[in-house]
Ligand binder design. Structure first.
Ligand code: UD1
Length: 364
């Protein structure tokens, strides 16, 4: 008898990191035929291919090539393309990750075809509600049947919205990935390769629309980083996202990048090695704020709120607005020691837990 099929949909950087281990665990367990679909939302080599090679993810069975565009253009293109794949593959279920436009489109396409949806990283909630990623999460959770949560807080968030059935506290698959590769990280050697002194630099990543699409915010952030680096005696390593790089040109702010080490987006191992070797991290990435914690480093999170409140409420990470003075002041505070609460996001076996949750809910 032919095995039942599950379609797993990815499209943007953090989803590749998550799919790597879920894909391996699913293939090993072999409860279903695991069909991988790449929407093509991220398409540059540095934003996509590098992760497939480095993390040993099999080539996608379907590549939809949607590319960039406005939110509506991306979502609409993915919606049409995913529907075609689902019609062809006739899966028992669709697996989606996180909060991207690819995730939303996948959930909408599957829901209309009555295909059950599994949402990995379900239950994360973050202000403002108007943030594109928050809209994507809330709608995806509304349409899903199986909810794989990274934290106890995510489980509570779903319960507050009346979602109780199908909810599993699996832990964060990015923690699994970090633990898997931890022994092979080479902070000293990687720092040297980038011309940096261990513990002598700040790792910076910025890509959110509310930070980089406004000239005032972007300028405030770049000035604040320069001031922080100078007052703390640190260098700045800034792997720059294509969106941010375009805005820096557009707003004529390139002169503010001059004191920094600017590099293209990094692969997983280099970014984790450089995070492990840094003094601290400044980021608006949902993934990196947790990965810094896994690497024992604190992060200034440039967001009005975070889905990972365990880390800000425990005082490990600090929320900061995109303003020069606030950033420079927070940089001094983050250099102080803070208590490190272990295991906030599971035990490092999330991929296995996710596969078992799916089997229990949909394939038994
Ligand atoms: C998306 C996700 C966000 C996630 C982030 C990780 C949405 C709504 N947001 O944001 O949740 O944290 O990915 O990186 O889905 N671009 C390139 N090359 C690429 C990809 C993008 O040049 O390979 C450029 C595009 O032209 C566009 C910009 O980057 O101007 C934004 O890309 P997009 O996929 O819209 O959003 P992200 O900011 O990457």
């Amino acid at each position: 008898m032919q095995k039942k099929t599950l379609v797993s949909l990815v499209g943007a950087r953090p989803q590749f990191v998550k799919e790597a281990l879920v894909n391996a665990a699913a293939r090993k367990a072999a409860y279903w035929r695991h069909v991988l679909v790449h929407s093509g939302q991220h398409y540059d080599i540095a934003m996509s291919d590098v992760f497939f090679q480095e993390l040993g993810i099999p080539a996608p069975d379907h590549h939809l090539g949607i590319g960039s565009g406005s939110h509506a253009e991306m979502t609409a293109a993915a919606l049409v393309a995913v529907e075609k794949v689902l019609a062809r593959e006739k899966p028992e279920a669709l697996l989606v990750y996180g909060d991207t436009n690819t995730t939303l489109a996948g959930a909408l396409a599957a829901a209309k075809l009555h295909i059950p949806i599994i949402h990995v990283e379900a239950g994360i909630r973050q202000e403002p509600r108007t943030m594109p990623e928050e809209i994507n999460r809330v709608v995806t959770d509304r349409l899903s049947q199986v909810f794989c949560c990274c934290s106890a807080l995510a489980v509570d968030n779903l319960a507050r919205e009346g979602i109780i059935a199908g909810v599993h506290m699996t832990g964060d698959v990015m923690y699994d990935q970090f633990l898997r590769l931890q022994a092979s990280l080479t902070p000293m050697e990687t720092c040297r390769r980038y011309g940096l002194d261990p513990e002598g630099y700040i790792v910076v990543t910025l890509h959110r629309d509310f930070n980089v699409d406004s000239p005032e915010s972007l300028e405030g952030l770049l000035r604040g980083l320069g001031e922080s680096a100078q007052s703390c005696g640190l260098a700045v390593l800034f792997p720059i996202h294509p969106r941010t790089s375009k805005r820096v040109e557009e707003f004529a702010l390139a002169h503010l990048l001059r004191p920094f080490t600017i590099v293209p987006p990094l692969g997983y191992t280099d970014l984790m090695s450089l995070t492990a070797g840094a003094a601290f991290v400044v980021t608006d990435s949902g993934g990196l704020q947790k990965e810094a914690y896994y690497a024992g480093k604190r992060a200034l999170v440039v967001m009005p709120d975070t889905g990972w409140r365990e880390l800000t409420e425990s005082g490990w990470n600090i929320l900061v607005p995109p303003e020069a003075q606030a950033l420079a002041e927070a940089a001094r505070r983050i250099l102080q020691p803070a208590p490190h609460a272990p295991h906030l996001y599971g035990q490092g076996d999330a991929a296995l837990q996710i596969v078992e949750a799916i089997r229990k809910e949909l394939f038994s």
